[in-house]
Design a protein around this ligand. Sequence first.
Ligand SMILES: [Zn+2]
Length: 387
Amino acid sequence: MTERLYYADSYLREFHARVLDRTPDGTLYLDRTAFYPTSGGQPHDTGFIAGTAVVDVIDEGERIAHRTAAPVDTAQVECRIDWSRRLDHMQQHTGQHLLSAVFVEQFGIETISFHLGQEISTIDLETPAVDMANVIAAERRANEAVSENRAILVTYENAAAAGDLRKPSDRVGTLRIVSIDGLDRIACGGTHVRLTGEIGPILIRRLEKIRNCVRVEFLCGRRAVTRARADYDALSRIAQAFSTSLDEAPQTAAAQIDAARENDRIRRKLESDLAHYQGRELYEGAAPGENGLRRVSRRLQKGTMEELRALAQSFTAQPKAVFIGAVDKPASVMLATSLDSGIEAGKILQPLLLHAGGRGGGSARMAQGSVPSAEALDQVVRALLSL
Ligand SMILES: [Zn+2]
């Protein structure tokens, strides 16, 4: 059985231990350990055992398995945990206790699960929805409790007698109870800071509705400051791009988006007007053939048929008109005809496309399709020109 040193002292960073058992793949079992194994939503510690990196720590019930990067063959080992990683975990984990306690205290909302991630941590609140105003109030209240620097104590109490817990424990015998002075009492086996001030700032970010819960993302301590710095940098770049201040950036961005939409609307109108005039000009310049039809073709090296559509429509709005459009890449073709042309675009184009290995179709006035190659495109265009 491994003695769990982190239960009594979560600030213990270095310790000596005796190796009780080992496996050839580099798993060690010690008589005592300060390495926290992955459990209760908190990830395992890393660090060194006899100078060899610890890559995983697993709770096997009675014993704790330490997986090392290489086999360790000494019997007595000096151990050191990665303190920066552990302190970060303690800040997030204790911050979670506080945040969960505040959601109960302020709004009677229970936390049903906790996840401590590499970048962000989450709690799932047992509620179908939560007001943003309440989330902000909970964040403020939690940060108040941080500045009050309340004591966080670990006590051992008999499960049958331990009352007033935020969440009832289904364990029997002795419970390890972690309490935040005047705010919270809960059974927990994790590692915690000793004063709420050590949690540092608490920052709530994204909310996500998951089934019948609300998942709340949060950051504590150094993570909150790092995130706030990244947010500031991003917002500064946005403000700089808009030549405005940070506080005015959202309004300026919204106004610019509106202006861009309006410009886009005007541009489309102008393009349509231009196509209308170009279509008429094209028509005036096209001599009628023997059958009385005016026929023109336009070919783009690349682009989409959309770019030719307005011109085609404008051209074929005139009497006895046939418009053939083609785009080389991707190989595609269009046929537009005026009402009095006697040519049904879809019925004419579809068999030509099929014959050339392509596909497509359309109405009597406008049809289009794609073909597999430039040669196939030439073949279809030639056929249309001889209509
Ligand atoms: Zn805990």
